[in-house]
Design a protein. Structure first.
Lengths: 157, 132
C-alpha cells in the first residue's frame, strides 16, 4: 500500500481583515477505505497547439458487466491539472462531460476528485470525461496527472 | 488589490519507484489579468443531513462569470462517509473523509450550480469561494 499525500495552503494577508492561512492535507485512499491508492498515470507535460478540446482523461467507454455501470465508476480518482503558461490572458477551459467546470488561467492549478459517474448528457453507457480546451493555438504548456484506483484502457486494434 | 497565494504539494515515497514530489504555486488573479481576487465569502462550515440531496452550495445565478476558485473539504473521520459534488447536474466526484479539493469555477450559466450531497447524516463540509 502506497502513502500519497496531497496538501494545500491558501494564504493572504490582505484579502480580508484577518490574515488568511488555510491548510489542508489528506492521504489518498481507495473509495471508502483507508487503503492507499496504488496507481498513477505519472506526471505528464503536454504542449497543445490548437484550441480544439481534447480528452485529457477520457473514459467514455462502453458499459461494464453490470448494466451501464463502468468497471471503475465510484472508485477513487484524483486529477491534477496546471496551466504552465506565463501569459495572463491565456487559459484552458476544463469541462466534465461537456459541462464547464471553469477556466485555468496562467499559473493556475486544480485538484479534484473524479469518480467516472455516468455522463448526464448521455445517461446510458458513457461516463464523464475530463476535457481541456486551450484558449490560443500558439502553443500552451500543461502539466497533469491522475492518481487512481483503476481505469479501463482501450483494447488494442 | 489583494494578494492570495495557494500552494499544492503532492508527495509519496512509495507510490512509484522514484519519489513523487509535485508542487504548484499560484497567485489568484482575475480572468485574463494580473489583478488579485478581491472577494470571498469567507471560510465556512456547514452541517448537512442526507435529506439535503441536491443542496446548492454555490448558485450560478448569483455570480458573474469570472476566475472564481472553490475549496471544499469533508471534515468527517469516518472513511466510508463522502460528499458527492455536482456541477450543472454532472457528477464530478466524491470527497471521502478528510479529502479536499480546489478547482476553478466559471459561473458561465445560470445552471452552473455547485451542488453537494452528503452520504450520511450530520456530516460537516468546509468550504470557501474566492471570486472576482
Amino acid at each position: 500500500m502506497a502513502t500519497t499525500t496531497a496538501s494545500l495552503t491558501i494564504t493572504s494577508s490582505d484579502l480580508v481583515g484577518d490574515a488568511l492561512s488555510l491548510s489542508a492535507s489528506n492521504t489518498l485512499h481507495k473509495a471508502g477505505t483507508t487503503t492507499g491508492l496504488e496507481q498513477a498515470t505519472g506526471l505528464t507535460k503536454t504542449y497543445l497547439t490548437a484550441v480544439t478540446p481534447i480528452d485529457l482523461f477520457g473514459t467514455i467507454l462502453p458499459s461494464g458487466s453490470t448494466g451501464n455501470v463502468s468497471t471503475y465508476e465510484g472508485k477513487s480518482h484524483w486529477i491534477y491539472i496546471s496551466n504552465k503558461s506565463e501569459d495572463e490572458t491565456e487559459y484552458a477551459t476544463i469541462t466534465i462531460g461537456d459541462k464547464v467546470i471553469g477556466r485555468l488561467y496562467a499559473g493556475d492549478f486544480m485538484w479534484m476528485p473524479w469518480d467516472q459517474a455516468t455522463d448526464a448528457l448521455d445517461g446510458t453507457t458513457k461516463h464523464a470525461d475530463i476535457e481541456l480546451a486551450p484558449s490560443v493555438a500558439t502553443g500552451m504548456w500543461f502539466e497533469h496527472c491522475m492518481i487512481h484506483e483503476g481505469m479501463k484502457l482501450p483494447t488494442s486494434v | 488589490m489583494a494578494t492570495t497565494t495557494n500552494t499544492l504539494l503532492l508527495e509519496s515515497t512509495d507510490l512509484l519507484s522514484d519519489s513523487l514530489s509535485v508542487s504548484a504555486i499560484a497567485t489568484l488573479t482575475g480572468a485574463g489579468n494580473s489583478t488579485g481576487l478581491t472577494l470571498t465569502g469567507g471560510l465556512g462550515r456547514k452541517k448537512l443531513t442526507s435529506g439535503h440531496a441536491q443542496y446548492v452550495l454555490f448558485d450560478g445565478d448569483a455570480y458573474a462569470n469570472g476566475a472564481h476558485k472553490i475549496y471544499l473539504k469533508n471534515t468527517s473521520s469516518t472513511a466510508a462517509e463522502y460528499f458527492t459534488i455536482e456541477i450543472n447536474s454532472e457528477q464530478m466526484g466524491k470527497l471521502y473523509a478528510g479529502d479536499w479539493c480546489f478547482f476553478p469555477w466559471e459561473a458561465n450559466a445560470s445552471t452552473n450550480d455547485i451542488k453537494i450531497d452528503p452520504s450520511a447524516n450530520d456530516m460537516v463540509l468546509e468550504y470557501m469561494l474566492l471570486s472576482e
